[in-house]
Design a protein around this ligand. Structure first.
Ligand code: TZP
Ligand code: MG
Length: 207
């Protein structure tokens, strides 16, 4: 089954603030998010596991798949649906070998990286950054919509765009071939994450 989300939330614990990641996820799903990735780069593995389990419990019964950034072990222990890998994380082939039941996502920022993808071991690509973003200051150079289009054209698997995406700059991404897109700050830093998700969904779903 292919993974083709429209609105994919990637969490940032600091931006979610006192509300907590799980409550932001609950609101965002009510607003139309249809995939979630827990991205927790810092702190002990046990804290990351507890966070993933809390989000898993919020997503139970919703049909919204849960991904874990980087940590295959945490994804397996928590019973997540997938893992999202970067270019310097464990190779996708090895992850598929040790965790054949997990969906595997991979971040790419160039045509060459997309061309190297083996569709037998990677289920989707996160393509970005589309634009410069304070959420990931060390990200590769911004691709723009035309850069995204070129990467998607080179990909053998479905692609989502990421990086600096907000309702007012979504339209140029239409027609690039992406199935949908990821956001961090637009939802995690919103006063009303449900409304922020709804606004993104409405903008994207507009034919
Ligand atoms: N990978 C590329 S850009 C990015 C990640 C995780 C951050 C995107 O965050 P935002 O706030 O949606 O720009
Ligand atoms: Mg990573």
């Amino acid at each position: 089954m292919s993974f083709t989300p429209s609105l994919y939330l990637v969490t940032d614990t600091a931006l979610c603030g006192d509300r907590g990641v799980a409550e932001v996820v609950r609101a965002a799903v009510a607003g139309g998010v249809d995939a979630v990735q827990v991205r927790a780069k810092h702190g002990p593995d046990r804290d990351r596991l507890a966070l993933v389990v809390a989000v898993r419990d919020v997503l139970a019964g919703t049909g919204v798949p849960l991904f874990v950034n980087d940590a295959v072990d945490v994804a397996l222990v928590a019973g997540a649906d997938g893992v999202h890998l970067g270019q310097s994380d464990l190779p996708a082939e090895q992850v598929r070998r040790i965790a054949p039941g997990l969906l595997v996502g991979l971040s790419v920022s160039t045509v060459e990286q997309a061309q190297r993808v083996d569709p037998a071991v990677v289920d989707y690509l996160g393509v970005g950054p589309v634009r410069d973003t304070a959420t990931k200051p060390d990200a590769a150079a911004a691709l723009g919509a035309e850069g995204v289009r070129a990467v998607v054209a080179a990909s053998p698997v479905p692609c989502v765009a990421i990086g600096g995406i907000h309702p007012d700059n979504l339209d140029p991404l239409r027609g690039t071939g992406i199935t949908g897109f990821c956001v961090v700050s637009e939802i995690c830093a919103a006063d009303d994450p449900r409304r922020a998700a709804r606004a993104l969904r409405n903008q994207w779903d507009r034919a």
